[in-house]
Design a protein around this ligand. Structure first.
Ligand code: SF4
Length: 307
């Protein structure tokens, strides 16, 4: 059976908690398909130091190395013995088949890299837009893949389990330019949002949590600019931020959370500074200008009041 080693850098443990909610397969089912060598929250038989010693002496071969959290060589955050997370990863990088960055911190640096003035706090192969983090941009593991990024704050458990299962089954994974599996991240968070009709007819949402209205025009929704299948693979199988009336904040993207003012749409003379991906500002203005002139009666009522 192939095995998996999970280690943590600067992390809030959110991706681990998200993984506990996995369904199809459930968390425990996943670890019937792949042996869990060590996880800081779940392991009790062996500590990380013992596992690392076995790997170091070539007594143990690791298939999947999963990293949760941003990485640093700062000794304040040493993980085991006198090793920093960066040193541990440097030792392991040529010994494992795949390295998977679980969550936005390990993928792009996220909050730890934003809060730290030290450029040494980084994602594994990216630091925000910059290619090359702890590892250079051309680094590949034994399998020929670079670091496989499963971003999100946290990542959805199914994005992780589907990736592991695809690799266990020997399927090829195509990655985008930010090393995210395309099968998952070629979609936008906007795709499948139940507010799409409001978006098309430019009917604006007024407040968080309401069932009506699109959150793009005033409330800062980043769905049309964010690569994530949040409205295709639903959270807990039932919902998503935008379905619940909360704008998408773009947490799967490389520039999260560098942007400010999450809950407002920045505009210039009433025109959003950023328009949906793939659309020019001129096309956007023409389409929305026309849409706004047709007042769709049904969409301007409370949904409970419509027949
Ligand atoms: S709320 Fe966001 S994701 Fe939903 S339709 Fe509007 S812009 Fe798209």
């Amino acid at each position: 059976m192939k095995n998996l080693l999970w280690i943590q850098g600067l992390s809030c443990n959110g991706n681990t908690q998200s993984l506990l909610n996995a369904e199809n397969p459930y968390f425990y089912e996943l670890f019937q398909k792949v042996e869990l060598l060590y996880h800081p929250s779940f392991s009790y038989r062996e500590n990380l130091q013992t596992v690392l010693k076995r790997i170091d002496s070539d007594k143990l071969k690791v298939n999947f190395l999963v990293v949760e959290g941003a990485v640093t060589s700062d000794m304040k955050f040493h993980r085991t013995g006198n090793y920093t997370i960066a040193q541990i990863l440097q030792k392991l990088k040529d010994k494992v088949d795949y390295i998977i960055a679980a969550g936005n911190c390990a993928s792009f640096g996220n909050i730890p890299a934003t809060l730290s003035c030290n450029p040494d706090v980084t994602g594994l192969q990216f630091r925000f837009t910059q290619k090359g983090g702890l590892f250079p941009s051309d680094f590949k593991t034994k399998s020929g893949y670079p670091i496989i990024n499963i971003p999100g704050c946290p990542m959805h458990p199914a994005w992780f389990t589907q990736t592991i299962i695809a690799l266990l089954e020997g399927r090829k994974i195509v990655l985008d330019s930010f090393n995210r599996p395309k099968e998952l991240f070629m979609y936008l968070s906007h795709d499948g949002c139940i507010r799409n009709e409001y978006f098309e007819w430019k009917v604006e949402g007024e407040e968080f949590g309401h069932k009506e209205g699109c959150l793009f025009y005033n409330l800062g929704c980043r769905g049309p600019m964010t690569h994530a299948p949040c409205n295709k693979i639903l959270w807990n199988g039932i919902s998503s931020k935008t379905r619940a009336g909360m704008p998408c904040i773009g947490c799967t993207e490389f520039d999260f959370p560098l942007r400010r003012n999450y809950f407002e749409t920045k505009k210039n003379i009433g025109i959003p500074e950023e328009v949906p991906l793939g659309v020019t500002k001129r096309a956007y203005l023409t389409i929305t200008g026309v849409a706004k002139t047709f007042k769709n009666e049904r969409l301007n009522k409370k949904l409970e009041e419509t027949d």
